[in-house]
Design a protein around this ligand. Structure first.
Ligand SMILES: *[C@@H]1O[C@H](CO)[C@@H](O)[C@H](O)[C@H]1NC(C)=O
Ligand SMILES: *[C@@H]1O[C@H](CO)[C@@H](O)[C@H](O)[C@H]1NC(C)=O
Ligand SMILES: *[C@@H]1O[C@H](CO)[C@@H](O)[C@H](O)[C@H]1NC(C)=O
Ligand SMILES: *[C@@H]1O[C@H](CO)[C@@H](O)[C@H](O)[C@H]1NC(C)=O
Ligand SMILES: *[C@@H]1O[C@H](CO)[C@@H](O)[C@H](O)[C@H]1NC(C)=O
Ligand SMILES: [Cu+2]
Length: 167
């Protein structure tokens, strides 16, 4: 009996945490397979990469770049617009760099290597509250929408309770 209760409790913890994760945290590789680099003849590449993505607090951006060839700096809007590479808010020099989006609002990122920002190695995103919705292929997707994963989890919970009671 005690064993049964303990294993059910463990199961519930696992299920609950998987729901929280699938609902709230997505990991995006910036630029997908292109990574974080000088976009090839397309200054709008990173702009376009953000299309149809909804970033929420808790999401992680993976800036995949070769250490020593690029970096990633979080800057303010003025520095973003004008590619000012001095005194960034924070600078990550080792690639790949993971940045957790821990607040709402706009984030601006540039590469501080000479000339790179000016030809399009810059990324601006807006982070909102609430569960993220269908990421496009290439990002690590949330397993499903929050609603359907909740339904799946609730049915799993009931199935395991039934199993525990009748076995
Ligand atoms: C990038 O987005 C702009 C604006 O939506 C669009 O005009 C352009 O064709 C897109 N470029 C690519 C390569 O998708
Ligand atoms: C980063 O880029 C390298 C080289 O292109 C690739 O082998 C690796 O899988 C990428 N990592 C991620 C997290 O995308
Ligand atoms: C934005 O950042 C630049 C340095 O990158 C700094 O000189 C400037 O004062 C900042 N502007 C604001 C409004 O914080
Ligand atoms: C960054 O995120 C990637 C993808 O989730 C993961 O494989 C890697 O271990 C993380 N790196 C660090 C330093 O946290
Ligand atoms: C977000 O993360 C940054 C860097 O890790 C940290 O300096 C900042 O205090 C965090 N903000 C919040 C709201 O947690
Ligand atoms: Cu660069």
């Amino acid at each position: 009996m005690a064993m049964k209760i303990i294993s059910m409790a463990a199961l519930l913890v696992v299920l609950a945490s998987s729901v929280l994760q699938s609902t709230y945290a997505a990991t995006y590789t910036v630029g997908d397979t292109t990574g974080w680099t000088i976009p090839n003849n397309n200054p709008e590449f990173y702009d376009n990469w953000t299309d149809n993505k909804n970033f929420v607090v808790g999401d992680i951006l993976v800036f995949n770049f070769t250490t020593g060839q690029h970096d990633v700096a979080e800057v303010n809007e003025t520095a973003y617009d004008n590619c000012i590479t001095t005194n960034p808010i924070v600078r990550y020099t080792t690639g790949p760099a993971n940045v957790t989006l821990n607040r709402t609002g706009e984030y601006h990122f540039i590469c501080t290597f000479a000339g790179h920002c000016g030809i399009g190695q810059k990324l601006s995103i807006d982070v909102r509250t609430g569960p993220s919705t269908a990421p496009t292929p290439g990002s690590t997707p949330n397993p499903s929408s929050s609603a359907s994963s909740l339904v799946a989890t609730i049915s799993l919970v009931f199935m395991s309770i039934a199993l525990a009671l009748f076995c």
